[in-house]
Design a protein around this ligand. Structure first.
Ligand code: RP5
Length: 160
């Protein structure tokens, strides 16, 4: 059974409920930018058909797939769509397991990969993709960069 809500611009698929803290880091960014996103749980190994059904039924413009261990989920999502897929490796006992599982996609089916647990970067990259056809969003992203720069300069005053 697929229970999807409205028509989110970005669909975040978690390989497990245990990946929720990483998914929340992405959702916080989408909320801050006022972009509709939705999270669902589906596993490439435990529920492969559900993954395929979710992706093929979704109108999302960008997918984010969050998974740990032998993290096949981003690749499975990418196999079902030609829309951009961003993979987020989740930390665990090894860390390299999920990173390599997501980075080392075979030729022809790319997944854009962000750093370990970097849900916020996945969201920002998704926003940058959406901003290629949304100047209002591009302006917000530039303002966000300027705010980060101001914070770095402010930090400089605090370290002495
Ligand atoms: C992966 O296995 C999930 O993405 C999660 O990161 C990891 C552990 O899953 P659980 O055992 O917590 O469900 O498939």
């Amino acid at each position: 059974m697929i229970v999807a809500s409205l028509m989110p611009e970005v669909l975040i698929i978690l390989g497990s409920k245990s990946d929720l803290p990483v998914g929340k880091r992405a959702m916080e960014i989408f909320d801050a930018f006022g972009v509709e996103a939705e999270m669902m749980v589906a596993s490439a190994h435990r529920t492969p058909k559900r993954v395929d059904d979710i992706v093929t039924c979704s109108d999302a413009r960008v997918f984010i797939a969050v998974a740990g261990l032998a993290a096949a989920l981003p690749g499975a999502v990418a196999s079902a769509t030609v829309r951009p897929v961003i993979g987020v490796p989740v930390s665990g006992k090894l860390n390299l397991d999920s990173i390599l599982s997501i980075v080392q996609m075979p030729p022809g089916v790319p997944v854009g990969t962000v750093g370990l647990d970097r849900g916020e970067n996945a969201a920002l990259l998704a926003l940058q993709i959406l901003a290629t056809s949304d100047e209002g969003l591009a302006i917000k992203l530039r303002e966000h960069r300027e705010e980060m720069a101001r914070n770095v300069v402010a930090d400089s005053f605090e370290v002495n």
